[in-house]
Design a protein around this ligand. Structure first.
Ligand SMILES: Cc1cc2nc3c(=O)[nH]c(=O)nc-3n(C[C@H](O)[C@H](O)[C@H](O)COP(=O)(O)OP(=O)(O)OC[C@H]3O[C@@H](n4cnc5c(N)ncnc54)[C@H](O)[C@@H]3O)c2cc1C
Length: 385
């Protein structure tokens, strides 16, 4: 049976996040963005709303929902602003989920209640200055010395890693050599403030300017051996699973941005006049917005499909990559068209579409570039890659 109607719970969540985004985020986010400032008060409200614990069972302090609920929340947030959306996306899919999925009982008890409540934020450090797409090329090392891991290396572009709320960063590191000579990669939890763990000054970015991104370095950074996440040597498999799931969330975020462009344009087409008529009366403008709606709609179907396969426990790698690719294309194309519809005002940072334009590009890069998505789709089709 094909049914894309939302359940009552999902619809109620979607509506409450939409209200929050429109009433509380929209009026203030432009100023945070211009100041390149992390919006602590908004993130605290999101924490109180339970958004950081959406897919986490209640016994761990979460809301007991599912991953699709997270996607719906991301879509509604990104319809208004992508910085707050990526803060939630990375906070949950990269911060909370690896600990929930792979953590020991002790690690779950220690971290999940505060992460799920948004009292602290978690980050995931995979990308290194030498490369992100080839994630297996990790150079950061962790050596077991008695009952401690000693970590050395650096990470690049890590979201949520340097806020006042950041409680931990889960990092990938080479912990040895596999029998076949390859790198043994593991993931290790590094609590914020651990000596030897340095957070560099935040990047100056093209977009997502009210989100938090830093380079990190580890210089003989010691953490307890018990901070190993899951089994030693399973790091590669863990981050592949984390990224596959995360792609569906990023796809939802892209759909939100694409739909936000439609929202803004519909309003503007009815307000702006040129040559004595509302610009919405010109077919050239109508066709543009029709194409924008088409892209947002088809991208939404793609992520709904990937999410429903995930929730049914079916393979969904190919569908997740397709959803991410379709949705990032939709976001880029819609941001470009929306900026065109707004004319000169579209080029001003003060308008939401100016922000959407700057925020769209990263969707073709983060959590696997568009080229990597195509590689994944080709591999799933059985082609050698
Ligand atoms: C704002 C922001 C936030 C981020 N947050 C995080 C985070 O929280 N955690 C984290 O770990 N990472 C994070 N990243 C990193 C992000 O995931 C990487 O930037 C991304 O995976 C690409 O890696 P790279 O930048 O090293 O590009 P590279 O891997 O160097 O790629 C450069 C170009 O080569 C192409 N390419 C590479 N290999 C191939 C191939 N085999 N075939 C064809 N083309 C190829 C790529 O598609 C790309 O176009 C973030 C990045 C940004 C900008």
């Amino acid at each position: 049976m094909v049914d894309h109607r939302l359940s009552e719970e999902h619809e109620a969540l979607r509506e409450s996040v939409q209200t929050f985004a429109r009433k509380e985020v929209a009026p203030v986010i432009g100023d945070y963005y211009e100041r390149e400032e992390f919006p602590y008060p908004l993130v605290q409200v999101m924490g109180r709303m339970g958004l950081f614990g959406l897919p986490i069972p209640e016994e761990h302090g979460g809301m007991g929902g599912d991953y699709f609920a997270l996607c719906l929340a991301l879509e509604e947030l990104a319809r208004v602003d992508s910085s707050v959306a990526i803060t939630l996306e990375a906070g949950v899919s990269l911060g909370v989920m690896p600990i929930y999925r792979f953590g020991s009982d002790e690690q779950r008890r220690t971290w999940l209640p505060r992460l799920a409540a948004g009292e602290i934020l978690g980050a995931f450090g995979l990308t290194e200055p030498g490369g992100g797409s080839d994630a297996g090329s990790t150079r950061t090392t962790a050596v077991l010395d008695g009952d401690e891991w000693v970590i050395n290396g650096s990470k690049a572009f890590i979201t949520n890693s340097g806020t006042d709320l950041t409680g931990l960063v889960t990092v990938t590191a080479v912990t040895g050599q596999k029998p076949n000579g390859g790198k043994e990669i593991s993931t290790i939890i590094v609590p914020a403030g651990t000596p030897g763990f340095t957070v560099a000054k935040k990047y100056s970015k093209v977009g997502w300017n009210a989100s938090d991104t830093h380079a990190l370095s580890f210089d003989d950074c010691r953490v307890p051996a018990a901070n190993l996440l899951g089994e030693r040597g399973r790091g590669y498999a863990q981050f592949l699973a984390t990224l596959t799931e995360g792609r569906v969330a990023i796809a939802a975020l892209g759909v939100g941005l694409a739909q936000g462009c439609v929202d803004e344009c519909l309003r503007y087409l009815g307000e702006r006049e040129a040559f004595g008529r509302k610009i919405g009366e010109y077919q050239a403008m109508q066709f543009k917005v029709a194409d924008m709606e088409l892209r947002a709609h088809t991208a939404r179907l793609a992520y709904y499909d990937a999410a429903s396969r995930m929730l049914r426990g079916e393979p969904y790698k190919k569908e997740a990559a397709i959803a991410k690719l379709v949705s990032s294309n939709a976001a880029m194309d819609n941001a470009r068209d929306a900026t065109q519809i707004f004319g000169g005002y579209g080029f001003m940072n003060e308008t939401p579409v100016g922000r959407f334009y700057r925020d769209a590009k990263i969707l073709e890069i983060g959590e696997g570039t568009s080229e990597v998505q195509r590689m994944l789709i080709a591999r799933e089709l059985g082609l050698p890659t």
